[in-house]
Design a protein. Structure first.
Length: 81
């Protein structure tokens, strides 16, 4: 993204598709990060990551739960009734 060559790195095909020239790719890559995420969204991502559960709607959670054969949603605090 910064235009520095490094023989250890190979550009990902999606990065290469951001433009025909190095300048275009760098500019278009930076545009992807020009907006701020809302704090509420970031908090949700952190909670899901730290709690090891999915971030998505009920249908998505159900699909992932079936695929992994385990609970992937946040449980309720306290004892089970």
């Amino acid at each position: 993204m910064q235009g520095e060559e490094n023989s250890l790195l190979t550009p990902h095909f999606m990065y290469e598709n951001l433009g025909e020239t190095v300048d275009q790719r760098q500019r278009n890559y930076r545009v992807l990060f020009n907006h701020e995420l809302k704090p509420k969204f970031i908090d949700g991502v952190r909670k899901a990551t730290n709690g090891s559960y999915v971030l998505g709607d009920g249908r998505f959670a159900e699909q992932i739960s079936k695929a992994l054969k385990r609970c992937v949603i946040r449980g309720k605090a306290g004892r089970r009734a």
